[in-house]
Design a protein around this ligand. Structure first.
Ligand SMILES: C[S@@+](CC[C@H](N)C(=O)[O-])C[C@H]1O[C@@H](n2cnc3c(N)ncnc32)[C@H](O)[C@@H]1O
Length: 255
């Protein structure tokens, strides 16, 4: 983090949005992470960080309505929470005591622990297990996490999400489907149903991850339905359900 301090000071000295305009966002009064952490989740500008956080939260909430009442969830996990773009919106609906976030990025988790102490955050290892108990969560959501994993790592995490979600619980995650294009991945995607290359933001994760961990991964819908059905009952595959990414809604109902 220390190496980014000067950069953070520089970027946030010339914000694209003045602090008074942050009032237009529901969570504009809450702490906002520094630019270097925002950039790791894709949004260096405060304005875009806040807008996309609210928009994705609203879309996720709408898509989930058919399958569960968020208000009834006692335990929710934001898997791959980054610096909290989504989870900061949840106290509007559910008690903070049931809100958990985890990420492999220790800097983001350190920031969240000190700025949102009423929620629970954990740094997790790049490979399971996590410290969570079996059957712990009513809802687990993961926005743009499977979009960064290799096929083998993906299977390990599907197994872990199954272990820590409650029986009957919902797991909702995004993938880059065929609706987002990347010419370099088009051919392998059509052959195998999944394809990856080095992730664009790899440089931000180099200091704590093995070479080759952080990918840019695309999934075909039929691949997800076939392979992920070994872990979960697939309830829905909503193309562009969360904006540019597709949303996969699953229930932990298999043996
Ligand atoms: C594109 S960012 C999205 C962050 C957050 N979900 C959001 O929408 O703002 C991807 C996040 O996934 C995290 N990540 C990658 N692999 C992970 C894993 N195996 N377990 C937990 N987090 C992971 C990264 O550190 C990063 O914070």
């Amino acid at each position: 983090m220390a190496r980014w301090k000067a950069w953070d000071r520089f970027i946030d000295k010339f914000p694209l949005i003045s602090s008074s305009r942050l009032g237009q966002y529901k969570t504009g009064h809450l702490p906002i992470p520094p630019a270097s952490l925002r950039l790791r989740v894709g949004e260096a500008s405060k304005h875009i960080y806040m807008i996309t956080g609210e928009r994705v939260f609203r879309r996720l909430r709408n898509q989930l309505k058919k399958y569960l009442k968020l208000e009834d969830c006692q335990t929710i996990l934001d898997w791959g929470c980054g610096c909290g773009r989504l989870i900061r919106n949840f106290p509007e609906i559910v008690p903070v005591s049931g809100l958990h976030g985890c990420d492999i990025d220790p800097d983001a988790i350190t920031w969240l622990k000190s700025h949102f102490p009423e929620m629970s955050f954990e740094t997790v290892a790049p490979y399971p297990p996590t410290p969570y108990q079996d059957n712990q969560f009513d809802l687990i959501y993961g926005i743009s996490v499977f979009t960064h994993l290799t096929e083998d790592t993906q299977f390990l995490w599907l197994e872990e999400l199954k272990r820590i979600s409650k029986k009957g619980g919902i797991v909702a995650v995004t993938v880059h489907g065929e609706t987002t294009t990347d010419p370099s991945l088009a051919e392998p995607l059509s052959e195998s149903g999944i394809a990856d290359r080095e992730g664009d933001r790899w440089m931000f994760f180099k200091h704590f991850l093995d070479d080759g961990y952080y990918r840019l991964t695309k999934h075909r819908k039929d691949y997800v339905i076939e392979k992920w059905s070994n872990y979960f009952e697939i309830l829905d595959f909503v193309e562009k359900g969360i904006g540019r990414q597709d949303l996969v809604i699953m229930r932990n109902s298999l043996k």
